[in-house]
Design a protein around this ligand. Structure first.
Ligand code: CA
Length: 366
């Protein structure tokens, strides 16, 4: 986003309508007119510096916050190159070592098992359905209830959209083909495939290609074409299966509650609303990258075949998922409340999706 666009946006969000001249770069800054202290905050995200889309969106967040606050809020952004802990964001923000973090909630199921429910769940909501749940169906309130126990509040940070089911070296035709299959698949999806006899593993990002090429693993899922292309998986595993386990994975901004409590209302408002806008922007850019990169893969690598799991395999995965969900409901009252909130919202939202987008796509397909 250019500085001018950001400034115009800031005008619209903060001041109501204002003319282009007012938004011109020659306009004196608020600090020149109303001298004030600078609010300095530290942000840590869970990606390497400059990592496409996920890391870049945090840089856009910084630009947006600084522009909207007319420079009165300044963010220092640290990537994993600096803090060396891709999965340390939860602890960094909880302890106050950093004021703000960006990562995915489901990486922190080990810190709080209820954190698993706020990224994506197998067979659950698409991006649009889940956004509606977060903003209109009580999802964000539930996430904040869970994170308040850890001295944090949260806001959405961007959605990957539909994630693909992964790259497979061999075709999957029966449930037996999954037995003993070694696959990189984290989170709840990993537990689900373990339930049908596969062996889920987690491998550091930088070693994934080699593991798949050498047959250390038989399959892996990453995200979708937008982020998969640069990893090169299509060169060693030609079967690209459609998604089921992460139908719309949301990243999250985490805010230390003590840091937020010290801020004036306008600063809190900018931090939260800039996060919300960043979430929208990241979601759009991921969709665009998926479209661009799938076009590139399908034209340059004709050996790549898109597959769907047979009905028998999908039924087995659903059964495994349902058993795990029942276990989770029995684990704690809040887990039960979150799962039931998701289930009830999905039921309602899907009724609309079915007669809206689904019928539209079916109607125009031929
Ligand atoms: Ca994934």
């Amino acid at each position: 986003m250019t500085r001018l666009t950001s400034t115009l946006l800031a005008c619209l969000l903060l001041l109501g309508a204002c003319s282009q001249e007012q938004a011109d770069q020659n306009t004196p800054s608020t600090d020149q007119v109303y001298p004030a202290k600078i609010i300095k905050l530290k942000l840590a995200h869970g990606w390497p510096k400059g990592y496409p889309i996920f890391g870049e969106s945090v840089e856009h967040y910084k630009e947006l916050v600084e522009s909207m606050s007319d420079g009165r809020i300044q963010l220092t952004v640290d990537s994993t190159n600096k803090h060396k802990s891709a999965f340390g964001i939860f602890d960094f923000i909880k302890s106050g070592q950093y004021d703000i973090g960006q990562s995915a909630s489901y990486y922190y199921g080990g810190k709080d098992p209820d954190a698993l429910f706020f990224s994506s769940m197998p067979f659950s909501m698409t991006t649009q359905e889940q956004w509606a749940w977060f903003y209109e169906g009580g999802g964000l309130e539930l996430a904040n209830e869970v994170y308040a126990k850890h001295n944090m509040q949260v806001m959405l940070a961007g959605n990957t959209g539909m994630q693909m089911g992964g790259w497979f070296r061999k075709e999957i035709n029966t449930v037996d083909d999954l037995k003993g299959l070694k696959m990189r698949i984290p989170g709840f999806g990993g537990k689900v495939i373990a339930g049908v006899g596969a062996v889920p593993t987690n491998i550091p990002t930088g070693e994934l290609y080699q593991a798949l090429e050498r047959g250390t693993i038989d399959a892996l899922e990453w995200v979708g074409p937008g982020l998969d292309l640069r990893m090169g998986f299509h060169k060693v595993a030609p079967y690209y299966y459609s998604g089921w386990h992460e139908p719309g994975t949301e990243l999250m901004y985490f805010f230390n509650k003590d840091s937020m409590a010290k801020l004036p209302q306008w600063a809190k408002s900018i931090l939260l609303n800039a996060a919300k806008l960043t979430s929208y922007n990241m979601t759009t850019s991921t969709f665009a990258a998926n479209a661009d990169n799938w076009q590139a893969i399908s034209s340059q690598y004709p050996n790549v075949q898109v597959k769907q799991f047979p009905a028998e395999v999908m039924a087995a995965l659903k059964e495994s998922n349902s058993a795990l969900i029942e276990q989770e409901k029995a684990r704690s009252p809040i887990a039960k409340r979150i799962i039931e909130s998701r289930e009830e919202y999905l039921k309602k939202a899907r009724m609309w999706t079915t007669i809206g987008e689904q019928l539209y796509l079916e109607s125009v397909a031929n």
